[in-house]
Design a protein around this ligand. Sequence first.
Ligand code: SF4
Length: 379
Amino acid sequence: MTKNDIIRIIKHVFEKNPKASIIVDEIKSLAKEISGTVKIMNFCGTHEWTISHYGLRTLMPENVELIAGPGCPVCITPGYYVDLLIELSMNGYTIHTYGDAYKLPGTRIKGIRSLYEAHAMGGKVNVVYSFLDAVKHALRDKSGKHVFFAVGFETTIPTTAYPLLAGSVPDNMFILHAYRLTPPVMRYLLENRPDIRLDGVIAPGHVSSIIGANAWSFLPRDYGVPVVVSGFEPIDVLLSIKYILEMRIKDKPSLINEYTRVVKPEGNIQAKKAIEKVYEARTAYWRAIGYIPDSGAYPRREYRDKDLVSVLGIEEKPGSREHLPGCRCPDVVLGAAKPTDCPLFLKRCTPENPYGPCMVSSEGTCRIWAENIPFLNLD
Ligand code: SF4
């Protein structure tokens, strides 16, 4: 793809919505009022896709930097979960996984490294679109033992919370809960990584539809960081950037909900109640980042008969290779490095043959950059 092709596609975005070019001009003139670089983190992988795919970085003034954040659940899912599921898949259990986590590497140096490889070696692995798909399989195979690999943030937690509440999970189905919660990782980042100075945050739209826009009010209140809950169209993201610059100039950090067509201030109250009834927040391990307080959603005592880790009596602990040698994922996930800072990017690590976890899922920053390389204007 040539540079002209890129310009043509970006122009197409503008033609579809001429308001976008007005907002870009406003961003440029606001940026002139700010001395120094403004670093804006987009939390969510889907926002990263919008920014990368529509070439929004190429439209930014020099002093506005857009950096990707930790909003890819597969990227931070511990490899020791994968190791355990590989083992079970070779020993009679059927593992049901979202396609996103199918190629997620475990922590092994030799042997089978992912559920994809386990499947190829005869392991029982089934890719599903939803928990209900997995339940249907378990109901059809009453004599088999089934495990659902529950990877995700707050958006996906209701998919297991409701069936657990209703008592409709079959006897032969267990859940490996790898759920992680998003506000705690932002607190962790702001408190533990002063090197990643943030001037604004574009908060995740999907997650906020569950937890509510107000869940992000701690960012301006406790850390003085402006935050905008944003939709996923290019114009949503551009507007969010503009709002952050305006708040910076006025030195009035606050919370703005740009995605009011989907996100309510209080979120989805019913879903939040279901999550609260079934799960409790506990300290959890984020792959190669470490333990983050209150960042994991684990089942409460009365639902642990369906929790794989509780049923097997396993103690969760990181594997020796949660951090894969040479992989910059822990920095990429926290916005401290770009995929192109990794020497393995598009060499040893590609979307077809991912080496590190950020190259596996369509929400992973490395994968998004790899698939949108022409639009990044990297030269
Ligand atoms: S390119 Fe691959 S190896 Fe490098 S940081 Fe990204 S996922 Fe890790």
